[in-house]
Design a protein around this ligand. Sequence first.
Ligand code: MTE
Length: 352
Amino acid sequence: MTVHSDQPFNAEPPRAALVGATLTPLDAFYSRNHGPVPEGDAASWRLVVDGLVETPLALSLDDLRARFPEATETATLQCAGNRREGLVAVRDIPGEAPWGPTATATATWTGVRLADVLAAAGVVDGATDVEFLGADLSDEPQPPDVFGGSVPLRKAGMPEVLLAWAMNDEPLPPIHGAPLRVVVPGYIGARSVKWVQRVRVADAPSPNFFQASTYRLLPADAEVTRAPGEGVALGLVAVNSDFLSPDDGSSHPAGPLTVTGYAFAGGDRTVARVDVSTDGGTSWSQADLEEQVSPWAWRHWSSTVDLPRGETELLARAWDSSAALQPERPEQVWNPKGYVNNSWARLRLHGT
Ligand code: MTE
C-alpha cells in the first residue's frame, strides 16, 4: 500500500494489486479516513433513525438482522479524490493527499436495505434528504465533529442502498466501518458513511462539514474558504478510467503488449466502451470489456496494443451509457480541492 497518512489512516494499493480482481480483496481495498477509527463494541452499538419520521428507532445489529430481509449488492466505491495526483501535476493542491488511480475498489456488500429501515420508521411528508452520521470524530471541522453526509430521499429509498455489515462475505473490517456502514452505489465514496450510528431524515441536505463545506467542486479560480454552501456538492460519480497494468514507466519489448485497466460510471449509468490510443489520440481501438457483474460495479478492460520502440504515452478513455466521455486533459478539470480528475488515463511505456 502507498500510505498517504498514518493518522488518520489513508492508503491505496499498487495498481498491480487490482489486476484481474473484479471483487477487490480486502487487503487491497483503499482506506479513506478523516479521523481515527472509533472504538466501541458491536453489542452495545445502536443505529438511531430519527428526524422526519413517524416512529424514531434505535436498532441493535440483532434487531436489524431479525426485522429486515438480508440484501446483497456488488458495488464500486470511488473516492472523489481518486487520481488527484494528475491534478497536482498541473498545479499544487496544498493540504490534500495526492491519491493515485487506486482510491477505488469493488466489493459485494451484505446487510439490509436502507429503504426497509426507513419504511419501518415511516418517513413523513416534507422530507427530502437522508443524513448519515458516523461515530468517528474528525478535527478537520472546527470545532471537531463526526463525519457525515446526506443523499436525496429518492436515492435513499432505492433498493441498492444498503446498511452493510459484511464485505466480500467477511465481517466488515473495523477500518471499513464495522459494525455497520452505509453503501450508496453510484455516489462518491464520502456518502458511504462508515461506523454509521444515526440516520436522520431531514428537509435539507446535511449541514455536516463533509457535505456542506468540503467534497464540493469549486471553480478553478476560487479560494478555499470552507464556508458552507460554496461550489457544487459532489454526489454522482463522473465516468472515469485508468490503467492497472503494466506499471507506469516500465519497459517492454516492442510489439504486441496487453494492457489492462478499470472503468467506472456513477449514478445509474454503466460503462459502455473504453478506447485505447498509442498515437496521442489520433486513432483509437476498442478495449475488451469484462462482463458487467452488477449495474453498480466497475468494468475491467484489456487491450493488446502494438508498442512502438522508444517512449510512448498510451491513452485510455471511457464512455458511459449516457454517451458521456471523459475530458481530455487534467487542466480542463483542475479545481482547488482536487476532486473528480476524470481526464483521460495516461501510461508512459518504453518499447525496447
Ligand atoms: N465514513 C466515516 N465515518 N468517516 C470517514 O472518514 N470517509 C469517506 C467514506 N466514509 C469516511 C467515511 C470517504 S471520503 C470514502 S472515499 C469512503 O468512506 C472510503 O471507504 P473505505 O475506507 O472503506 O475504502
